[in-house]
Design a protein around this ligand. Structure first.
Ligand SMILES: CSCCC(=O)C(=O)COP(=O)(O)O
Ligand SMILES: [Mg+2]
Length: 230
């Protein structure tokens, strides 16, 4: 029986276009000035820049070079923990000023609330940092959803296409794999979760439905139909 829902964000609870056409351009525009203004006064910024320097082989004192590395990583949509942490800090400014509003599909908002009220425990697993996850759900077009979630996981537990990450999440939650339903729009993530024993549902919000043996849902109402059968 499913007792825990673990959900992805981009392409699952929220549109890919919101992430790629709103969040990423906002980060790309504001990150350079944010870093220049804060790397001397915010240890959290300096710490993430040190990780970028180490991963890229850039001189840690070369701030322009590090910004260039980060812009390159953003254009290739690299799921790097330091980049994601810095993006989250920049987005915080946009959400707080009201310039950004997180996108949540209506059906996702509806069923997240229903599942929470039915006693299911809800968790997020996204490549976006935990800070960024709390921001998108806390400042969404459907209101503040942070009260519905019991916890958040980002790539600090490992990459989403790596089965070990799901084992790490299970260990933190202290639950059996078969009681967890993982929702994602990316098949490789579902395969990794299944390898760790989790149940999965593949969200395919647009386009043709794939021919596959796994459970496919157009929206969260179809996921709910699956939950009621299991
Ligand atoms: C937390 S919103 C920003 C999402 C993000 O930065 C990203 O790379 C999308 O990752 P996901 O694992 O949700 O597909
Ligand atoms: Mg996704």
């Amino acid at each position: 029986m499913i007792r825990v829902i673990l959900t992805d964000i981009e392409g699952t609870t929220s549109s890919i276009s919101f992430v790629h056409d709103v969040l990423f351009p906002y980060a790309s525009e504001h990150l350079p000035m944010y870093i220049r203004d804060n790397y001397r006064i915010m240890p959290a910024v300096a710490e993430q820049l040190a990780r970028v320097a180490e991963a890229s082989g850039t001189d840690p004192k070369d701030i322009d070079g590090l910004i260039e590395v980060l812009q390159g990583w953003m254009s290739e949509d690299r799921k790097d923990g330091a980049l994601k942490a810095l993006q989250g800090m920049v987005w915080e400014q946009g959400y707080r000023s009201g310039e950004l509003k997180g996108h949540l599909y209506r059906d996702a908002a509806d069923y997240l609330q229903r599942w929470h009220d039915r006693g299911l425990r809800l968790f997020v697993y996204s490549s976006g940092s935990v800070k960024a996850q709390k921001l998108i759900f806390g400042h969404s077009n459907e209101g503040d959803f942070t009260g519905f979630f019991s916890g958040y996981f980002d790539t600090e537990v490992g990459g989403k296409k790596d089965a070990q990450s799901y084992h790490n999440i299970l260990a933190e939650l202290g639950v059996d794999a078969g009681t967890v339903l993982f929702l994602s729009d990316v098949e490789a993530e579902l395969e990794a979760a299944e390898a760790a024993g989790l149940k999965t549902a593949w969200l395919v919000r647009d386009g043709e439905l794939p021919e596959t043996g796994r459970f496919v849902a157009r929206d969260f109402a179809e996921v709910d139909a699956l939950l009621r059968k299991r």
